[in-house]
Design a protein around this ligand. Sequence first.
Ligand code: ATR
Length: 273
Amino acid sequence: MKKFIVIGNPIKHSLSPLVHNYWFEQNMIEATYEKVLVEEKGLEDVIQNIRQEKIVGANVTVPFKQKIIPLLDELSEVALKTSSVNTVYKKNNKIIGDNTDVFGFQNSLAELVPNKIIQSVLLIGAGGVSPSIVQALKNVSTNKVIIANRTKEKFEVLKNKFGPLVQQILWDDLRHKKFDVDLVVNSTSLGLEKKEDLNFNFSSVNKSTVFYDVIYNPVQTSFLKQAEAQGHQVINGLKMFLYQALKAFQIWNKISPTIDKQLLQLVKKKLHD
Ligand code: ATR
């Protein structure tokens, strides 16, 4: 029986086991996928288990997507570009780190806003997932990404990677500046805890601006609720999550699974439980 895991901290709410185990069954693959809560000092053991083939593949989530990198032998091109790894496996005796979040974000846009030309974007947040979002936007030929983050220093990491594509604004600018952008993405963890809120001025954007929140649990953050109430198209992080899982499954199993109706129903039911 092949064993796969997702590691993170916290990890309780991960839906990855549900999705991967659904696809294992659908594709008649004898494998299990479990969530494992780890501390930073436990990362080495995980890599050791992959080396010894006790574990075939691991997904990596918050807060280890960067921290895992020094323990790996090789990075894929996209993991290198983003310095972010969410998929690990062994190939030719080497432990490889890959990034499927870029694919996830890009494919969610391709599915949900297929005809939208996304030239300029306001990205709120510069945390762990932001390099993957900027890389995906770069791939779809976005030419301006305006970034607001509470901690200004984190912008420098993105500036070093993406150069003139990214521009910084102040956190407080979100409350009063006007934004002529095609897409606004919230990549902060605000909205995870229902009590906290983003102070965004929704009258500062065009009616055609699409709002995207990478959070999918809750299904609709108050940020998206407000945007929708103002008549904007809104997207939550569910499709990004499912597409990153699909790509990881492909890498590990050399099979392309489908995000079918039954899977969507299962996931949505779990989110509403
Ligand atoms: P990580 O960097 O591991 O992805 P995180 O701590 O969950 O994780 O933070 C993700 C993003 O949410 C960051 O942009 C963070 O801003 P800082 O860089 O200033 O920490 C943002 N964030 C979290 N709580 C916030 C808050 N109360 N106000 C504004 N931004 C917040």
